[in-house]
Design a protein around this ligand. Structure first.
Ligand code: HEM
Length: 444
């Protein structure tokens, strides 16, 4: 027998680090929905079965706590919704949740549409100056940063501040991804270490986002989310959060919104460009339901093919591909017993590609969602349970609005024939930015 020394020492740490999205999905799917493996001295399980996922995320949620990614993210963000559990998490979630309900979020739509309109004017000029080509990812990063700053945080940044925000978020995510591939964490007092760099980007984000706590109640575009949070504050007898914690929550929202939305939109827009028949059907639907004006919330909710396309893109390329937890006690999951401390990975990527749940799971077929517009047990791009994405309605609203306004104005096609390769960093994103032709439609 040949002993693989690397595997003897590290378990499956290397396979996991090489493909953090593909490895847990493939072993879980090859072993009936749950597979055990070892990462150095820790036991781990990967799950791609909807019932077991529900047990971890809903029925037995108190038996699990956040895992290592949250501890690493905490270096930049501090204690916030996405890095805490239990009593550090619950009061903040309760306080913030009302502002994120769909009926509150739709008041931000006119502001969202105004930012998108301005940015699409830029996209048109850029494509006209470059043989009708655009580099999608950087344009989406600028758009999402502007949307967050103006419609969530009431901040109007100059180009330098916007560039610094994008740079800081981007570099902290890169540092995080590198740190998560290592079994050890160098203390942050070691100069130049990844941890010290993560803390530094956190301080720079404090400076960029701090002014949003001091702004007026009405935003750059009328209602904005902090205003809604402020009204929750006064109507319910005072905010339970310290000003430090409020700033952490603003950083949390900024970081959570930025990378997930840019990644999801870049996959979705690229997929539409590569499927001209789908692009045409979407343009027809948008012309019929919305016409040429900016869409309102009622019209967006009637764009069923647009919704199906977005869902199918999130199924194939879920921005958040793993939910990582640790068992805080011994816990039974179906017929499996997980010892305390087990690293528990719910593979969203695996669930979304599980052939027992989806026909031809690797194919892009938006119409599969025509029968599952409400819910499908194997589709959880925003997670499920108490830690479900708080920004889900905002994310969907801004993404649908962008798709509608983009396709009102342009016909998209890919510059080259190669599908973008995925790379799993903190999110599952295209390895290189998609390059597209953006041709203005006649009559616009
Ligand atoms: C396409 C866009 C998005 C996707 C796919 C997405 C996905 C997710 C997922 C899967 C989680 C659960 C993470 C976990 O429990 O480990 C999550 C949590 C969270 N998301 Fe999102 N998200 C998106 C956009 C947003 C936006 C726009 C915001 C803010 C405006 C946001 C704020 C948050 C926050 C604060 C949490 C932590 C919730 C909690 O634990 O209480 N997300 N998101």
């Amino acid at each position: 027998m040949v002993i693989n020394v690397g595997e003897f020492v590290g378990g499956k740490a290397k396979s996991f680090a090489n493909s953090p999205h593909g490895f847990p999905a493939s072993i879980a799917l090859s072993q009936g929905g749950l597979a055990r493996f070892r990462v150095f001295n820790r036991q781990a399980v990967a799950i791609a079965d909807p019932d077991l996922a529900r047990q971890v995320l809903i029925q037995k949620v108190s038996a699990f706590q956040r895992g290592r990614p949250a501890r690493v993210l905490k270096l930049t963000i501090g204690e916030g919704l996405i890095t805490t559990d239990g009593e550090l998490w619950e009061p903040a979630r309760q306080w913030m949740e009302p502002a994120f309900r769909r009926d509150n979020i739709i008041s931000a739509l006119p502001g969202i549409a105004a930012v998108i309109e301005q940015e699409l004017n830029n996209w048109e000029q850029i494509s006209a100056a470059n043989g009708q080509q655009i580099e999608l990812l950087p344009l989406l990063q600028t758009l999402i940063a502007k949307l967050s700053s103006q419609t969530l945080f009431n901040l109007k940044w100059d180009d330098e501040t916007l560039g610094s925000f994008v740079h800081n978020i981007d570099s902290s995510l890169n540092h995080m991804a590198r740190l998560l591939r290592r079994p050890w964490i160098t203390p942050s007092w070691v100069p130049g270490s990844l941890t010290s760099q993560l803390r530094k980007t956190g301080q720079e984000l404090d400076e960029i986002l701090g002014p949003s706590l001091e702004g007026p109640a009405t935003g750059v575009h009328g209602e904005h989310l902090l205003h809604l949070l402020a009204s929750a504050d006064s109507s319910e007898g005072g905010c339970p959060l310290s000003s430090r914690r409020r700033l952490n929550e603003i950083k949390t929202l900024a970081a959570a919104a930025f990378e997930t939305s840019t990644t999801t939109l870049s996959w979705t827009i690229d997929l539409i460009a590569r499927h001209p028949e789908i692009g045409e059907a979407l343009r027809d639907e948008i012309d019929k339901v919305v016409g040429k004006a900016a869409p309102d919330a009622r019209q967006l909710s009637r764009l069923s093919q647009c919704q199906q396309t977005l869902m199918e893109s999130m199924r194939l390329w879920p921005a958040v591909y793993n939910l990582v937890r640790e068992a805080n006690r011994k816990v039974e999951l179906g017929e499996h017993t997980l010892p305390m401390g087990t690293i528990t990975i719910v593979s969203i990527y695996g669930l979304h590609r599980n052939p027992a749940l989806w026909q031809q799971p690797d194919q892009f077929r938006p119409e599969r969602f025509a029968d599952h517009s409400v819910s499908h047990p194997g589709f959880i791009p925003f997670a499920i349970g108490p830690h479900t994405c708080i920004g889900k309605h905002y994310a969907i609203l801004q993404m649908q609005c962008l798709l509608a306004m983009l396709l009102q104005r342009f016909v998209l096609s890919p510059v080259d024939g190669h599908l973008p390769k995925p790379v799993a960093k903190v999110t599952l994103r295209p390895l290189t930015s998609p390059r597209l032709f953006l041709r203005p439609r006649h009559g616009n």
